[in-house]
Design a protein around this ligand. Structure first.
Ligand code: FAD
Length: 329
C-alpha cells in the first residue's frame, strides 16, 4: 500500500491509538483537536496544590492486546499501578471493598499517558473541525470553525465523542446514523484540596447513595507530589443530568455536603475547589461495533462510544479503526 495522508479528528485515547497504528504502518498522519492540549477525557487540571484528574480516574486492562500495550506504557513510565484503599458507601455506611481489580493511572498525572503516546505524532491543537469536504474523486479536506481548509487527505478517522462526530460523519450517512443513536451521559466532577490530610483511611470509594458515585484521593495515586490532600468527586449521571444547568457554586456546596456525609465528619475549609461539567462523560450503554467504517468513502470512526465508556475500549476502538483502514480485518 502506498503511503497515504490521513487526518484523525480528536486526540483522545482513541484518536491517538488510531494515529499511532497508522503511523507505524508507514502513513503520514495529522491529528486535530479543538482543545489546547490532548487526551480528551483523560484530563488533568493543573493547580498550585497539585494536578487533579478531572476525567478518567483510572483504567483497567482486560483485553490481551491492551495488556500487551500496557506493558510498554509501564516500561516507559507513563503509567503506574494504583492500589488504593478502596471502600464502598451505601445505605449501611462505609466499609472496605473486597474488589481485587487491578487499576492503572497515568503518572504523575493522567495526561502523562497521552503526552507520552503523542511523541513523534503530528498534532494540530485549538482547531475545531466542523465539516469534511470532498475534493475531486477521492481526497478530503477538513474545514475548521475559522473556515480554514486543511488537507487534502486520502482517509479520515473521526475520533470525537458521538454527538460531536455526527456532523463530521455526514458524508458517510450510515456512520452518522449509528453515531446519532448513542446517548452520552453528562457528569459533574469536583476537585477539592485541603491543607491537612483528612482523618480517614479512604483512598477511593464507590458511592451508592446520594449524588456521588465515586470519590478518589488523588494524592494517593502514584507520582503525585506536594503536601496537600487532594480529592476528586464524581456525581452520578442521573443527578448530573438533573443539575446540568445548576450554578457551579451550588454544585460545589451539594457535592461537598455529600462528601462530608460519606466520610461521616464535617470537612475543614478547602484551599481550592473546582467544579467541571462534562456534557458527554460516557456513553449510557455499551455498543458492539468496535469501530465504524465506510471504506468506499475513506471515512472511519472510533471512540469509546463504539465499544463502551472506558479508556481500554477507546484504545481498542482506535486500533480497530486503523486496522479497518489498513484492510487488516
Ligand atoms: C468524569 C469521567 C470519569 C471517567 N472515569 C473513567 C474511569 O475511571 N476509567 C475508564 O476506563 N474510563 C473512564 N472514563 C471514560 C474515559 O475517559 C473515556 O472512555 C475515554 O477517555 C474516551 O476516549 P476517546 O478518545 O474515545 O474520547 P475523548 O477522550 O473524548 O477524545 C475525543 C477528542 O476529540 C476532540 N474533539 C471533539 N470534537 C472535535 C472536533 N469537531 N474537532 C476537533 N477535535 C474534536 C475532543 O477535544 C477530545 O480531545 C471517564 C470519563 C469521564 C468524563
Amino acid at each position: 500500500m502506498h503511503a497515504m495522508d490521513i487526518a484523525v479528528i480528536g486526540a483522545g485515547l482513541a484518536g491517538i491509538s488510531a494515529a499511532k497504528a497508522l503511523t507505524d504502518a508507514g502513513h503520514q498522519v495529522v491529528l486535530f483537536d479543538k482543545s489546547r492540549g490532548s487526551g480528551g477525557r483523560m484530563s488533568s487540571k493543573r493547580t498550585e496544590y497539585g494536578d487533579m484528574d478531572m476525567g478518567a480516574q483510572y483504567f483497567t486492562a482486560r483485553d490481551h492486546h491492551f495488556r500487551h500495550e500496557l506493558k510498554h506504557w509501564l516500561d516507559q513510565g507513563w503509567v503506574a499501578e494504583w492500589q488504593p484503599a478502596l471502600f464502598i458507601h451505601d445505605q449501611d455506611g462505609l466499609r472496605p471493598s473486597q474488589d481485587e481489580q487491578q487499576r492503572f493511572v497515568g503518572a504523575p498525572r493522567m495526561t502523562a499517558l497521552s503526552r507520552g503516546l503523542l511523541e513523534g505524532l503530528k498534532l494540530v491543537t485549538e482547531t475545531r473541525i466542523i465539516q469534511l469536504q470532498q475534493q475531486g474523486d477521492k481526497a478530503w479536506e477538513l474545514i475548521d470553525e475559522q473556515q480554514q481548509v486543511h488537507g487534502p487527505f486520502d482517509r479520515i478517522v473521526v475520533a470525537a465523542p458521538a454527538p460531536q462526530a455526527v456532523p463530521l460523519l455526514e458524508p458517510a450517512v450510515h456512520l452518522a446514523q449509528a453515531a446519532a443513536q448513542i446517548d452520552m451521559e453528562p457528569g459533574w466532577a469536583l476537585a477539592v484540596s485541603f491543607a491537612e490530610p483528612l482523618d480517614t483511611p479512604v483512598e477511593a470509594c464507590f458511592v451508592r447513595s446520594g449524588c456521588l458515585d465515586w470519590i478518589s484521593r488523588n494524592s494517593s495515586k502514584p507520582g503525585r507530589t506536594g503536601n496537600a490532600d487532594n480529592w476528586v468527586l464524581q456525581a452520578t449521571p442521573a443527578w448530573s443530568r438533573e443539575h446540568i444547568d445548576t450554578d457551579k457554586e451550588e454544585i460545589i456546596q451539594l457535592m461537598l455536603a455529600s462528601f462530608s456525609k460519606v466520610m461521616g465528619f464535617n470537612l475543614p475549609a478547602a484551599n481550592f475547589v473546582h467544579a467541571h461539567r462534562w456534557l458527554y462523560a460516557r456513553p449510557s450503554a455499551d455498543a458492539q461495533w468496535g469501530a465504524l467504517a465506510a471504506p468506499e468513502k475513506g471515512i472511519y470512526a472510533c471512540g469509546d462510544w463504539c465499544m463502551g465508556g472506558r479508556m481500554e475500549n477507546a484504545w481498542l476502538s482506535g486500533r480497530q479503526a486503523a486496522h479497518a483502514l489498513l484492510g487488516l480485518r
